[in-house]
Design a protein around this ligand. Structure first.
Ligand code: EZ4
Ligand code: CO
Length: 406
């Protein structure tokens, strides 16, 4: 039996990039950690937690995880949205961490136990030119990856989503500074170029390697249908975020024209954002991350809904989802039958020093480890040496200057 919560502290740090961490402490000294990072809006979530949530946690029973979730979600008139749900997600993960540490079990054991031995992971390969991309895909496969997301430059464009211009690994879209970088984007040029690139990658690596691609919300329904069709021979594991998913019915048009599997959901915050896409079977993979959709308690329900409709789970896992959320997602993945793959961009070594973790990557697969709780720590002293620095995702304009989806 754990004593009541006596402290809930929010720490914003920037070891190479910004992270928001919630630290919940119980009267008998058990500490749970949750991730509340929302790229480019970190301080909003920190304020939501500090000013509105932390005072409500003091004196609560940390064992009542679902009740606390309901209290923070249903008990507040203004619901949903990324800021609110990231804050609730951080509390939820911290309480699962405390429960696991209290009973001396890794969280996946509390979720019903393992349904698999390890979790397939994919990472990113990028190349401005096709030859460079092929080199990177091959080098990434040599690091053990069995599934790789391939993104390429587009002739005529200076910036392309997912492509690190310096070459090689380490694509990080958020740029430091008080305002976002502005990029110029042309979907027509992208669609003309990318099928040929991905065909060459497939030809080079052979049929077995799982290849993925992210269109990052930039196509019209018709363009999406056409791209999906053009990529069928590439045999993608998935094509991600073809259209901005607020307008969900358009996926029916895309579906009717292509068998390329569709993945969506990294910007979703609740089960209700994905309900229609899942029950209408308009997607093949749901991509919500633990941190952005209310934590383990809520994402577990979403994944269970997906299971009913043969939609599989492939959560968002960029470097702006902290090692705490990645760990929490791996525990859920171990216990979720319809979990397919985890995105794993990896972290700068400094990030792993600030967040020492029991989870690990080996030969294409991630495992959460058997440390009690989530199994990710937080070195507050080291973190304090890297204070918050403003940083933002880019914005994009079309060739004629109108704003478009980045
Ligand atoms: O743009 O994490 O699939 N991965 C992605 C990411 C997102 C960033 C946003 O913060 O689309 O690169
Ligand atoms: Co994406």
């Amino acid at each position: 039996m754990t004593d009541k919560i006596i402290a809930a502290d929010v720490i914003v740090c920037s070891p190479t990039r910004n992270f928001v961490t919630l630290k919940v402490t119980t009267a008998d000294g058990v500490v749970g950690y949750g991730d509340a990072t929302l790229n480019g809006r970190e301080l909003s979530v920190a304020s939501y937690l500090r000013d509105h949530v932390a005072p409500l946690l003091i004196g609560r029973d940390p064992a009542r995880i679902e009740d606390t979730w309901q209290y923070l979600y249903r008990g507040v008139y203004w619901r949903r949205g990324p800021v609110t749900m990231a804050a609730i997600g951080a509390v939820d993960v911290a309480l699962w961490d405390i429960k696991g540490k209290t009973v001396g079990q890794p969280v996946y054991q509390l979720l019903g136990g393992a349904v698999r031995d390890r979790i397939l992971a994919y990472t990113h390969a990028t190349g401005w030119e096709t030859a460079e991309l092929i080199d990177q895909v091959v080098a990434t496969r040599e690091r053990g990856f069995l599934a790789i997301r391939a993104q390429a430059g587009v002739p005529g464009l200076d910036n392309v989503y997912g492509v690190h211009k310096g070459g090689g690994e380490g694509y990080e879209p958020a740029g430091r500074g008080v305002a976002p970088v502005e990029e110029v984007w042309d979907t027509d040029a992208y669609i003309r170029h990318i099928p040929g690139v991905l065909e060459q990658v497939r030809e080079h690596v052979g049929p077995e390697l799982k290849l993925l691609h992210d269109a990052h919300h930039r196509l019209t329904p018709q363009q999406a249908a056409r791209l999906g069709k053009a990529l069928e021979d590439v045999d993608l594991f998935w094509l991600e975020d073809v259209t901005p998913a607020e307008n969900q019915d358009v996926l029916r048009l895309v579906r009717n024209h292509t068998t390329t599997p569709l993945a969506i959901g990294e910007v979703f915050n609740t089960i209700w954002d994905a309900q229609h896409l899942i029950t209408e079977q308009l997607i093949d993979f749901i991509r919500v991350a633990i941190v952005h959709a209310g934590g383990i308690s809520h994402v577990r329900k979403l994944f269970a809904l997906a299971e009913v409709y043969q939609v599989r789970c492939g959560p968002h896992g960029p470097s702006d989802v902290s090692p705490i959320s990645l760990g929490a997602g791996l525990h859920l993945g171990m216990a979720t039958p319809n979990f397919a793959i985890q995105e794993y961009m990896g972290y700068d070594p400094l990030v792993s020093e600030v967040f020492p973790h029991a989870w690990s990557f080996d030969s294409g697969y991630l495992t959460p480890g058997d440390a009690p709780g989530v199994g990710v720590g937080f070195d507050e002293v080291l973190a304090a040496r890297y204070p918050y620095e403003p940083a933002y995702l880019p914005v994009a304009r079309r060739l004629d200057g109108t704003m478009t989806d980045w």
